[in-house]
Design a protein around this ligand. Structure first.
Ligand SMILES: [Zn+2]
Length: 389
């Protein structure tokens, strides 16, 4: 397995895959308590089989279960953790410090507050069951390919779950909550690695929210960054610290521990999403003690790739944009990656889409046909690059 992982231009998904309409309905019904667990599992199993078949047919080196069982990439933990409840953004509004401004943002961005869900800490946080163990067990039965699992990262999870008026009866502040989040994630990562999972990825999309929202002096919406506006440097220093404490001793083995950073995936309207190149984040990313960084690079909003040469980790380069209808040209992808090899050696380059194709169950970024064609463009670029080695 580690041999597969070390091959240059390894192709992996970020995590999520569009869910079939009947599964989207089932996710909604389950949330309302109107669908029994067995019926949901049967539907989800079928959806996972289809997601895996699509990834295998596209020639990916590593596959995920498409996060088909999850309400979204973040909120699903509420079902697996004690002391955490899932709330829709609409239910959360009365508890937020700056409600009026937040409602205005929701209106502008056309975010469905009734359907987006968020986990909230309302008691001592511990694992009731493994966060992704059931997903891995099922994947083991249906595929021989190396498996990747994405989990919400410790900074995202702490910031999302900390809602002062609901969390403070248990935790004195969010730093105290972070202690339990780190412990829970460390238990989970060790367990997934012991099960032979090839890549465990911590999703930390709001690293960019911290930087780019402030730079442009207007607020934006990102699930998991509901209330606070914080001073960027101090905040990112703390964010890196909680990731490094989560990762300590869990890197460098047969599995990769990765961190994924993007700029939000709630809309297909690029002008609404966070804009800015990677330069303000580079000093912080350099200090992340993980094996791989999975970065959004395909969209023009992410700027030039040259600066990524300053990063010491293996780089998962986003080469297709999950939010656009046009399918990228494999030769153009290969040319851009060849140019990057002036700054990063091929064995440290992996290829992936910019983000998942179905981060939120209710909001797939693309239909199956386009999503599949984009994966194929990525693997065709890999084959061209590998032929030149
Ligand atoms: Zn992402």
């Amino acid at each position: 397995m580690s041999e597969t992982l070390s091959s240059p231009y390894l192709c992996a998904p970020v995590g999520s895959w569009p869910r079939p309409p009947e599964l989207v309905r089932a996710v909604r019904e389950r949330r309302r308590g109107r669908l029994d667990p067995d019926s949901f599992r049967r539907l989800a199993d079928d959806a996972v089989r289809a997601a895996v078949a699509a990834q295998e047919a596209a020639g990916l080196d590593v596959i995920t279960d498409g996060e088909q069982r999850r309400d979204n990439f973040l909120a699903f933990v509420a079902e697996k953790l004690e002391g955490v409840t899932m709330m829709t953004v609409a239910e959360l509004l009365p508890y937020l410090e700056d409600k009026a401004a937040f409602e205005e943002v929701l209106g502008t961005l056309d975010v469905p507050a009734f359907s987006l869900t968020n986990p909230v800490a309302v008691g001592p946080v511990r694992r009731r069951q493994s966060l992704a163990g059931d997903e891995v067990e099922f994947l083991r039965h249906i595929t021989d390919r190396p498996i990747k699992v994405a989990l919400p990262g410790p900074y995202l999870l702490t910031r999302a779950m900390w809602v002062e008026s609901l969390s403070q009866p248990t935790y004195r502040d969010r730093e105290a909550l972070a202690e339990d989040v780190i412990r829970v994630l460390r238990e989970e990562i060790a367990e997934l690695q012991a099960k032979g999972v090839a890549i465990v990825q911590l999703d930390e999309p709001i690293f960019t929210e911290v930087v780019f929202t402030q730079r442009h002096a207007h607020r934006t919406f990102m699930c998991g960054a509901l209330t606070q506006r914080l001073e960027a440097e101090a905040e990112l220093t703390w964010a890196v610290e909680v990731v490094n404490r989560t990762a300590a001793g869990l890197t460098g083995g047969a599995s990769w521990l990765a961190v994924h950073i993007c700029r939000g995936n709630w809309s297909t309207r690029e002008e609404l999403l966070l804009r800015g190149d990677w330069s303000p984040l580079i000093p912080h990313l350099k200090r992340l003690e993980v094996d791989q960084l999975v970065l959004e690079c395909a969209t023009d909003r992410a700027g030039s790739w040259e600066i990524l040469g300053q990063l010491p980790q293996r780089l998962g380069i986003g080469v297709v944009n999950p939010r656009t209808a046009a399918v990228e040209d494999p030769e153009a992808i290969a040319n851009r990656v060849r140019a990057l090899t002036q700054f990063v050696p091929p064995e440290r380059i992996a290829l992936n889409p910019d983000c998942g194709f179905g981060t939120f169950a209710e909001r797939p970024m693309n239909d199956l046909q386009v999503a599949t064609a984009k994966l194929r463009a990525m693997t065709a670029a890999r084959d061209r690059l590998a032929a030149g080695l």
